[in-house]
Ligand binder design. Structure first.
Ligand code: FEO
Length: 395
């Protein structure tokens, strides 16, 4: 049965949750599923904002049919062609053959490539407008947030920003679909919103900053993203934190300790450092990268001002789980952080040198000269000497 919610009198949410998905995009672990949003404007013209992932196609088409209430669908605005939002586009056209696709120029080829849809599409660029009756829609280019074809749509009449993937989150809905729901807690929600941003959009900070600048010039009462809650009462908070993430500015002063350990000795060094830092009043997170997906480490590095990598040397290289994590940091352009490295090697600690080389392609990382090596296990002398100095440098 349909499950729609009116956000405004003439704006209907048609989304849904997939609580069985465990890996988003085949790469990012999900413990609480994923949500997909689509919206229908029921003005004189009926306008659909994006479709949904194929996993919730059945519900989506029931919702759409119900919300249209026998009316014809005039437009579908394809803001983002990634298949979690467009996989049901071909079926949409089969069901509603007269619907006109509105999209950016770059989206046209992508839609053809993915779905073989050859029909004529209405190409829009920044500042173009579409009048649907009472509502005037205008378009905002958002290239590389996080694909090149992305546009956002601004409903000038009701001051609603349809923001594509921006301001979205991992996670299925947990009751209400808006941030005005009674039990919504911004601080709790932020953790998966941050991990979503860091991993999906995080590489494109300058492009996100450019869109935020455009958004600052318009009055926004509601943000309708393609994933996660609809923003009504925490718009300033989410826009502000996006500004920080886009500028690679940490949310808080503190240290994330990211360690790999084979026999427990590197873990022991990480824990001793953590205790020293805690004694000095430093905010901390500690992660064993053999047990955590790199997406969690990347999110933590976006949150905190400093990070420490503790890694064994294996086959004259970096321990695998740490190496995977570093590849993710480098590919997401992590920058502007204080970094320390502790490497471990029983006969030749090499990981430290290689970690520093790998991070050298990141901008504005300050690698502390207090970084040091251990041989097999931390000694008392090192704990009171080099490790103490490192803790002082990090506090
Ligand atoms: Fe949610 Fe970039 O797709």
């Amino acid at each position: 049965m349909h499950n729609t919610i009116n956000i405004r009198e003439d704006l209907v949410w048609l989304g849904g949750s997939d609580r069985r998905i465990t890996l988003f995009e085949g790469a990012y672990p999900l413990s609480d599923g994923m949500s997909y949003n689509s919206y229908l404007l029921t003005d004189e013209k009926k306008v659909l904002f994006d479709t949904v992932d194929k996993e919730i196609a059945g519900l989506f088409f029931e919702n759409l049919e119900y919300a249209l209430n026998g009316n014809k669908l005039d437009y579908v605005i394809v803001q983002h062609v990634e298949p979690d939002h467009s996989a049901t586009l071909k079926e949409l056209i089969l069901r509603y053959p007269d619907v006109k696709i509105i999209c950016s120029k770059q989206a046209v080829n992508m839609i053809r490539q993915f779905y073989g849809i050859e029909r004529e599409m209405q190409v829009v660029k920044e500042g173009d407008t579409v009048c649907t009756g009472k509502h005037e829609l205008t378009f905002i280019n958002a290239p590389m947030v996080h694909w090149p074809e992305v546009i956002m749509t601004y409903d000038k009449t009701d001051k609603i920003l349809f923001s594509a993937d921006a301001f979205g989150s991992f996670g299925a809905f947990n009751g209400g679909i808006t941030d005005s729901a009674n039990d919504f807690c911004f601080a709790d929600y932020l953790s998966e919103a941050r991990r979503y941003y860091a991993n999906i959009v995080g590489k494109y900070g300058p492009q996100v900053s450019a869109v935020l600048k455009k958004a600052a010039a318009i009055e926004i009462e509601t943000i309708c993203p393609l994933h996660g809650v609809i923003w009504q009462s925490h718009i300033k908070e989410i826009v502000d934190v996006y500004g920080k993430w886009a500028a690679y500015e940490p949310e808080k002063e503190g240290v994330v300790i990211l360690y790999g350990s084979i026999y427990g000795n590197s873990a022991n060094s990480a824990d001793i450092l953590a205790n020293k830092l805690a004694d000095k009043g430093v905010c901390l997170r500690v992660m064993d990268m053999s047990m955590k997906h790199p997406s969690y480490a990347l999110a933590a590095v976006f949150e905190y001002s400093s990070f420490v990598i503790v890694s064994p040397t294996v086959d004259a290289g970096i321990f695998g789980p740490i190496d995977n994590m570093l590849n993710s940091f480098v590919s997401h352009n992590i920058s502007s952080r204080k970094v320390a490295v502790i490497d471990n090697g029983t006969w030749a600690p090499m990981a430290g040198k290689l970690i520093k080389e790998k991070l050298s392609s990141c901008k504005d990382l300050t690698i502390l000269e207090e970084s040091f090596s251990i041989k097999s296990s931390l000694t008392n002398v090192q704990a009171e000497g080099e490790l103490e100095k490192l803790a002082e440098a990090l506090k």
